[in-house]
Write a protein that binds this ligand. Structure first.
Ligand code: F6P
Length: 363
């Protein structure tokens, strides 16, 4: 039997492989096997993994309700891959997905799970689904989570990923669930800080999340009218930042806002320390506000509710059509699927033209 497959699945696989036939569209036995397995799918599960993101609950709701609409049973798995291994499943009907869309976080909970990084852990996870008759899985999450879903797909389990992370660093989707809300939270903070900055003629360092990706800092910096933006993709030395701030003051600006990505070498802490140590020479103050987890909480915006809804529903459609081992996301405002193997082995580029534009607009 193929490692990790249920008895019924393995039987269907053997029957079709042995027949060696192709259908009238010329599909290979392997393609036929996938189609047959999924045509009678009746039970799926959904989990959320990695960092939570506003809009995830809308995606869960869409998976549950579109699944039920197809006549399927849908299980929610608590606490991500850890719950999958431990068998922490709960049946979900339309009412269980009620009043959740407007809430931040994930009602299913999330966890980091080192055991799932081992083959033994993943086998347990597949057994856990097989013993409950779960035939397809939706994984809502970012890079780490989709690395996990790719590993399951490689073991032959039907899985579809949904692009979700506030960092927007996931290849295969121009925008991911949670980004819009996180940016709006950062903008509100920047707008408020600008008022104090102008009143006191002070400079402010605002640190955004984003792990190793500068997207949140770049976009919040542009839309918030920052004087300087420091991101890991294009590092800036402290003296360069000081020059930009000096020149802003000389041009008559009453404030100086520097948006820094947490992943930059000179993050807010390091930059803040540098400016404190050289305060007398530089001649100005730079106060630090690290937004941190504030960006991940809060009610999802309209855009994130819609994105979660569209991608959750799309994941169910992909499973129903037998297009597994893919990530559903958005490209050029259209729903798009990308093989998970490509997703986990590719890096999403940052648009450096936007950084140049930010410099021009800061005049
Ligand atoms: O990936 C989302 C994110 O919030 C990153 O921006 C941040 O670096 C990281 O998660 C924090 O991870 P944790 O939730 O494990 O502290």
């Amino acid at each position: 039997m193929i490692r990790g497959w249920t008895v019924r699945q393995a039987i269907v696989f053997c029957r079709l492989s042995a027949s060696g036939t192709t259908d009238d569209k010329g599909q290979s036995p392997v393609a036929l096997q996938k189609y047959d397995l999924l045509a009678d799918m009746t039970r799926i599960a959904v989990l959320t993994s990695g960092g939570d993101a506003p809009g995830i609950n809308a995606a869960i709701r869409a998976v549950v309700r579109t699944g039920v609409d197809r006549g399927w049973e849908v299980y929610g798995i608590n606490h991500g891959y850890a719950g999958l291994i431990a068998g922490d499943f709960r049946p979900m009907g339309p009412r269980d997905a009620g009043e959740i869309m407007q809430r931040g976080g994930t009602i299913l909970g999330s966890a980091r799970c080192p055991e799932f990084c081992t083959e033994a852990g993943r086998k347990k996870a597949i057994e856990s689904m097989a013993s409950r008759g779960v035939e397809g899985l939706v994984v809502i999450g970012g890079n780490g989570s989709q690395t996990g879903s790719h590993a399951l797909a490689e073991m032959g389990f039907p899985v579809v990923g949904v692009a979700s992370t506030i960092d927007n660093d996931l290849y295969g989707s121009d925008i991911t669930i949670g980004v819009d809300t996180a940016l709006n939270i950062a903008l509100e903070a920047i707008d408020r800080l600008k008022i104090t900055a102008s009143s006191h003629h002070r400079g402010f360092l605002v640190e955004t999340m984003g792990r190793n990706c500068g997207y949140l800092a770049l976009m919040a910096g542009i839309a918030g009218g920052a004087e300087a933006i420091v991101i890991p993709e294009y590092e800036m030395e402290p003296e360069g930042v000081a020059e930009v701030i000096h020149s802003a003051y000389e041009r008559g600006k009453p404030h100086a806002i520097v948006v820094v990505a947490e992943g930059a070498h000179y993050n807010a802490e390091r930059l803040g320390r540098y400016f404190q140590e050289h305060r007398d020479r530089l001649g100005f103050d730079l106060r630090v506000t690290a937004l941190g987890y504030v960006q991940r909480g809060g009610a999802p915006t309209y855009a994130d509710r819609m994105l979660g809804t569209r991608l959750g529903a799309a994941a169910v459609e992909e499973l129903a059509a037998g297009r597994c081992g893919v990530l559903v996301g958005m490209r050029k405002n259209e729903r798009a699927t990308t093989p998970l193997g490509e997703v986990v082995s590719s890096k999403k580029p940052l648009d450096e033209n936007l950084l140049r534009l930010a410099g021009v607009l800061a005049k």
